[in-house]
Design a protein around this ligand. Structure first.
Ligand code: ASP
Length: 582
């Protein structure tokens, strides 16, 4: 037996027992007569003591131990005179009688501590060392626990986990595919799934009316903090359901995770916010509901008074920063600089101070009477002591910028605490999105999303106005999942492909197998996919999904630890019948 206990297990009640532990040397302190070693494993840290007076030879041996050596020790558990209340094993130490060096280690390139001196690149290159840090262990354990709770809950609700293939044909999620050449079918390629979308729909046709899968998906997109070329979804599908049956079922999963993982009881139905309202009030389709600060439309009130920028604008909107009327010039300038960042795209910011005596002072006083300003204040529900912040321009872009400003002000005013969770459903997304570049419509979600049946007549007149029976789960401004009621009728599916500019031939080539399946009795169905990495990151209070993935890729899509993507041999190219061009 390598060990009788783990390094996180021993307490005062084990005093006097003889134990054997194994693990890594976290640190070693040589105090002359005594050498103290902190021994670490996945479960915790235990202090070992080597005493010169008791066993000189052993103590000298212990002095050779350095960081990350793998050792096995045996000895007696003793009460510590100098207790460490910060760790669970802090009341005891082990008086060592035997030491066995299982494997020496070279000095690690960074310290294996929560506060490490290792930069991102180094940590990624030596990810196996990074993963030894307690903070990383915590993330990986959280991920594990969430996966187990997902499985437990879904199983309890009659969902069955079915694996779907990884070598498939192009998928409908609209990103670029990763492709894999086929040796046995020269000149032909598999695509890696952007999601199991078509397979889960086929499972519904096959009669498996409640499916889920914790599954890797692959999208060849430019990367950001919350994106990885391969990521994990909790993919779900149900048959014989309407939208609200779907939302209820998946809300149940979210509530289960809140409760079991965070100990947070959510005993209300998640609000359902239509997409149009989300955009109008929050400037985004993933609103953070931890605070109000809604966007107010001042277009009619502020236009036509001779202030050129407003007069020319399609839209003028404002948010009210409660209690900020005394912001200094410098603070207002900083907020203005924020909205003018290229990624926010604002052209400027107008501020209106509502002084504590009720008088109003703005940066555009020469164009507006006090009554005008008062009408803005009333519209925005501002009160003495508040600060109105206005932006103007193209409607969509201005709303988006105001949405960003709202979040920024939320941060400044500390209205977005980490331990408060505000889930909601955003519903009724547009079905189609017009793309100026290619001059055609794209499916906002994917082409199998059902339109709202009341909107069918708009297909002929104004396809951009057709709403989708689609929904997103949003928590604290993070899109955690998205799904829809699906089209299950061959003819409606054909109409959808037509609106997406897909010829019948193209549609058949790409998705003929699904259309064909619909002819053999497809039940009404719908589903969702949750971004598992994002959900774990949210629960861990982290922005980057990389910290909750054991072996992630860097921003250039590289795994710097195994050094890939990498070249393949001439033989491999020959076998595949592929040649690289310059
Ligand atoms: N397959 C979709 C996605 O990956 C989710 C869904 O519609 O279920 O976004």
């Amino acid at each position: 037996m390598y060990r009788t206990h783990t390094c996180g297990e021993l307490r005062s009640e084990h005093r006097g027992s003889r134990v054997t532990l194994a693990g890594w040397v976290q640190r070693s302190r040589d105090l002359g007569g005594m050498t103290f070693v902190d021994l670490r494993d996945r479960y915790g840290i235990t202090q070992l003591v080597f005493n010169m007076d008791i066993n000189r030879e052993l103590c000298q041996h212990a002095r050779k131990l350095s960081r990350e050596f793998v050792i096995q020790v045996s000895g007696k558990v003793a009460e510590r005179s100098n207790k460490n209340p910060k760790i669970p094993t802090g009341d005891i130490e082990i008086l060592i009688e035997e030491l066995n060096i299982l494997n020496p280690a070279v000095i690690p390139p960074f310290t294996i501590e929560d506060e490490t001196d290792g930069g991102d690149d180094l940590r990624m290159k030596y990810r196996y060392l990074d993963l030894r840090r307690p903070i990383m262990k915590k993330n990986i354990m959280l991920r594990h626990r969430m996966a187990q709770e997902v499985r437990k809950y879904m199983d309890s609700q009659g969902f069955i986990e079915v694996e779907t293939p990884v070598l498939i044909k192009t998928t409908p999620e609209g990103a670029r595919d990763f492709v894999v050449p086929s040796r046995m079918n020269r000149g032909q390629f598999y695509a890696l799934p952007q999601s199991p979308q078509t397979f889960k729909q086929l499972l519904m046709v096959a009669g498996y009316d409640r499916y889920f899968q914790i599954v890797k998906c692959f999208r060849d997109e430019d990367l950001r903090a919350d994106r990885q070329p391969e990521f994990t979804q909790i993919d779900c599908e149900m048959a014989f359901v309407e939208r609200d049956d779907l939302l209820d079922a998946f809300e149940g999963l979210a509530k289960h995770l809140f409760k079991t993982i965070l100990g947070v009881e959510v005993n209300y139905s998640f609000p359902k916010l239509p997409y149009d309202e989300a955009m109008e009030n929050y400037g985004t389709d993933k609103p953070d509901l931890r605070f109000d600060m809604l966007i107010h439309d001042l277009t009619t009130l502020a236009k036509g008074k001779g202030f050129g920028i407003f007069d020319e604008a399609e839209y003028i909107g404002a948010i009210c920063a409660v209690g900020c009327s005394e912001y200094s010039r410098k603070e207002v300038d900083a907020i203005t600089a924020f909205v003018m960042r290229p990624q926010i795209g604002g052209k400027g910011l107008i501020s209106v101070r509502i002084n504590s005596d009720g008088t109003i002072k703005s940066s555009v006083d020469k164009y507006y009477q006090q009554e005008d300003l008062q009408s803005w204040v009333d519209m925005a529900g501002a009160r003495p002591g508040d600060l109105l912040l206005l932006m103007a321009g193209n409607r969509h872009a201005t709303l988006k910028a105001l949405g960003e400003l709202r979040l920024e002000m939320g941060n400044r005013l500390e209205l977005r605490p980490d331990d408060l969770y505000k889930p909601l459903w955003v519903v009724d997304f547009p079905l189609l999105e017009w793309d100026e570049g290619t001059g055609r419509y794209y499916a906002m979600h994917h082409p199998f999303t059902s339109p709202k049946l009341d909107d069918m007549d708009k297909f002929a007149t104004d396809p951009g106005k057709v709403k989708a029976n689609a929904y997103d789960l949003v928590i604290n401004g993070v899109e955690i999942g998205g799904g829809s009621v699906r089209i299950h009728d061959e003819n409606l599916q054909k109409l959808m492909f037509k609106n997406l500019g897909l010829s019948e031939r193209e549609a058949k080539e790409k998705f003929g197998f699904l259309m064909n399946a619909f002819r053999y009795g497809a039940p009404p169905h719908g589903g969702i996919a949750f971004g598992f990495d994002r959900w774990v990151a949210l629960f861990a209070g982290l922005d980057s999904i990389r910290d909750v993935i054991a072996f992630p890729k860097n921003n250039a899509g590289r795994d710097v630890m195994i050094d890939t993507p990498s070249a393949i041999s001439e033989e491999q190219f020959d076998e595949l019948g592929i040649r690289l061009t310059d």
